[in-house]
Design a protein around this ligand. Structure first.
Ligand code: NAG
Ligand code: NAG
Ligand code: NAG
Ligand code: NAG
Ligand code: CU
Length: 679
């Protein structure tokens, strides 16, 4: 089976619309199963390990297949397109329709998208979330385990059906546990009109050599039963960014562009984008990774950021831009070189290690190749990144901090420096920019009491919110939460069609050293980004000095806050950018506004996988009275319990009464079964 990357490699300069479904109903079937990288299935049906014998892949011995057994396959060379190479490390991963990453969906805005999901995993339940889709009128199609649906059990099937809206650069991924980081994801583009430029889709991600389940098991920060901490670095060894924020606790293993990278510089195939001179190209980039943001650039080319999550912005010329997990950034690039080949670079924010990070020569990242037509042969680019100088400093978009040390000659642009390309009256009404917000919520996202929002670590309900969930959640004890922190099912009510202003803060006054930026993702809505406030930083070292003074915390955990002296900072109410993920700077804030027009239960969370799993999430209960009814036969999942008397009653009566269904047992004993949704 061909992998997704090859579609990209074959894409040429012609405007590629072949992969776009233009029908009013677009149907897909996803068969999800586990596989292993760096293995090859022989024509004899056996699965063999392969290794690089540069430049080819060769079948090698392992404990099951030995040359001594006269296995004639050992030592033969295989075509790399028949092997999921990834970065050359052999591990258990997830394939969808035999592809890693999973298939891309490309449809026109407004199409009905149908995805039949067949869960052929051995044991795990899954759900698929259509990241960026608002699933209007069908909020239970949002694919969030125990929020909008029961997980799809192993060996079962579930069909998602929703309207492709809004248009943009999106993706889809598991949203029950953390299997998206094993490969259960793919890209998802919704076109408003057929592309006028040739396009490339780019997935950039960090990649770990320990499967997701094992990674979770050893995590020292789980909601319960903290693990032993292998693959988590002590503070002295953690990757730190230039402002001294922590990149992540997780040990770096590697990164991939469209599923390809190079562990230990193994000369494995990289993703190649074939271009022609004198064209304009659109690259739609999504960070599909779990923990690390990336800084992207293309050697010898300057790029224009033209869209965020695929929503068009006034173009911003930059040399580099950052992209954090969950975010999408589209850029355009003119191929104005006469020929040759150039590196596309994606490097993490690592600047050094430990609490006092000094720059070293470790560069964590991955490359892809931009290759002009004239290039033949196998040689790779020798291009170098542009030097940033005082005469010609580099412009960097989407910084989570105020700036770099002056000596680096890099100018930071905030996401709020972007502008929507057409700021119509409709646009301003849609995002509530023409009126005072009905409510304003301050939400503090950080690790102040473990990963939390306003010191509340999210506990998932035991049944999805579309059922009678109230007896199956852990209510928040506000007094306790605001003084000591807590674990609870944190719900925020938003009234229908009101203008909501939110201030995402990231203030950790308790541990001023513990700083980290969080990409916050809202389901069901996107929002206008009206302002971003950075902390102050030292222009010599680049390090964070003090938190932004605009916000005043009323308690130590900063779960209650307000504008200092009632003074709101400058808000762009004219032409702000719109997105559904935004990075919240450590020691700073972001102000967003939207209208709560989509009734449902929407999870709202940090898109760093570990933080999400550890409780940095909450649920927006939008227009509770207007939430649409579930469709017939929507699957239920139960908390089953019965008393010993009931049990004994069954023992006694079982000889005399005919077989009862469990349904009649449950409906007499568990009151939540009386839900109007129960079928
Ligand atoms: C490897 O497979 C690809 C895709 O099927 C094919 O185009 C290519 O010619 C093959 N290479 C070799 C050396 O057989
Ligand atoms: C290509 O365009 C970039 C950005 O506008 C410019 O800096 C560079 O000099 C151009 N290169 C050539 C060969 O024209
Ligand atoms: C929401 O409110 C706005 C502003 O009052 C109004 O223009 C719009 O029609 C309302 N939308 C709905 C769906 O009620
Ligand atoms: C910035 O850091 C440098 C080097 O550590 C130090 O000398 C200087 O005093 C700092 N500046 C401020 C304003 O703290
Ligand atoms: Cu986070």
């Amino acid at each position: 089976m061909r992998r997704f990357v090859f579609c990209l490699m074959l894409a040429t300069a012609a405007v590629v619309t072949a992969g776009i479904c233009r029908d009013p109903i677009c149907e897909f079937t996803f068969v999800i199963r586990r596989a292993r990288s760096m293995t090859y299935r022989g024509s004899n049906g056996k699965l063999y390990d392969v290794a690089l014998n540069a430049p080819q892949l060769q079948i090698v011995e392992n404990s099951y297949h030995k040359r001594d057994d006269d296995d004639v396959m050992i030592g033969t060379f295989v075509n790399s397109s028949d092997v999921i190479t990834v970065d050359g490390f052999r591990r258990n991963l997830i394939v969808v329709n035999d592809a890693f990453p999973g298939p891309t969906i490309e449809v026109m805005e407004g199409a009905q998208v149908v995805v039949r999901v067949i869960n052929d995993l051995l044991t795990e339940g899954i759900t698929l979330h259509w990241h960026g889709m608002h699933v209007i009128n069908t909020p239970w199609m949002d694919g969030v385990g125990y929020v909008t649906q029961c997980p799809i059990p192993a060996h079962q099937s579930f069909t998602y059906r929703f309207k492709a809206s809004p248009y943009g650069t999106h993706w889809w991924h598991d949203h029950f546990s953390n299997t998206r980081i094993d490969g259960l994801f793919g890209l998802f583009v919704v076109h408003r009109k057929l592309p006028s430029l040739p396009e490339f889709l780019v997935s950039v991600q960090d990649w770990y050599h320990i499967p997701a389940g094992d990674g979770e098991l050893v995590s020292p920060n789980r909601m319960s039963f903290s693990g032993t901490g292998e693959t988590y670095m002590s503070e002295d060894h953690r990757d730190m960014a230039v402002d001294r924020s922590e990149v992540t606790m997780r040990r770096y293993d590697g990164s991939l562009i469209n599923g390809r990278g190079r562990w230990n510089d193994l000369p494995l195939p990289l993703t190649t984008f074939k271009v022609k001179t004198g064209q304009n190209y659109r690259f739609r980039v999504t960070n599909t990774g779990s923990e690390r943001g990336f800084i992207l650039s293309v050697d010898r080319h300057s790029v224009r950021v033209v869209a965020l999550e695929g929503v068009d912005m006034a173009p911003i010329p930059v040399d580099l831009f950052m992209i954090f997990p969950g975010e999408s950034v589209d850029f355009e690039m003119a191929t104005n070189m006469s020929g040759g080949q150039y590196w596309m670079r994606a490097v993490t924010l690592r600047h050094g290690k430990g609490r006092d990070p000094q720059p070293d020569d470790v560069i964590n990242g991955v490359k892809a190749i931009v290759r002009y037509e004239d290039v033949t042969g196998d040689a790779e680019p020798t291009s170098r990144p542009r030097d940033c100088t005082s005469a010609q400093p580099c412009r960097v978009f989407n910084c989570p901090f105020g700036g770099y040390p002056d000596s680096e000659h890099k100018i930071c642009l905030k996401v709020s420096d972007a502008h929507i390309d057409v700021a119509s009256d409709d646009f301003r009404t849609k995002y509530g920019l023409t009126e005072q917000p009905a409510v304003e919520h301050f939400l503090n996202w950080n690790g102040i009491v473990g990963s939390s929002v306003n010191a509340r670590r999210f506990v998932f309900p035991k049944i999805p919110f579309f059922f009678d969930y109230l007896d199956h959640i852990v209510s928040c004890d506000d007094q306790k939460c605001d003084t000591k922190g807590c674990k609870c099912t944190h719900i925020l009510d938003l009234p229908y069609n009101e203008t909501i202003q939110m201030v995402f803060t990231n203030y950790n006054l308790e541990h001023a050293d513990d700083i980290e930026h969080h990409p916050i993702h809202m389901h069901g809505h996107n929002f206008a980004v009206l302002a971003m406030g950075y902390p102050t930083y030292n222009h010599t070292t680049g390090r964070l000095m003090s938190v932004n003074p605009d916000v005043a915390c009323s308690n130590k955990l900063c779960s209650k806050a307000s504008w200092r002296d009632g003074k709101t900072p400058f808000l762009n109410l004219i032409n702000p950018p719109v997105r559904d993920v935004v990075i919240v700077p450590a020691g700073g804030y972001v102000v967003v506004r939207f209208r709560a027009t989509n009734p449902g239960f929407w999870i709202f969370h940090c898109h760093l996988e570990m933080h999400m799993m550890e409780g940095m999430a909450m649920v927006l209960r939008v227009a509770a009275g207007r939430v649409p009814r579930l469709p017939r036969n929507f699957p239920t999942c139960n908390v089953f319990d019965w008393t010993s008397d009931e049990f004994e009653g069954y023992q006694k009566s079982s000889n005399s009464t005919p077989l009862q269904t469990t349904r009649s047992l449950q409906s007499t004993n568990l009151h939540w079964q009386n839900s109007r949704y129960f079928i």
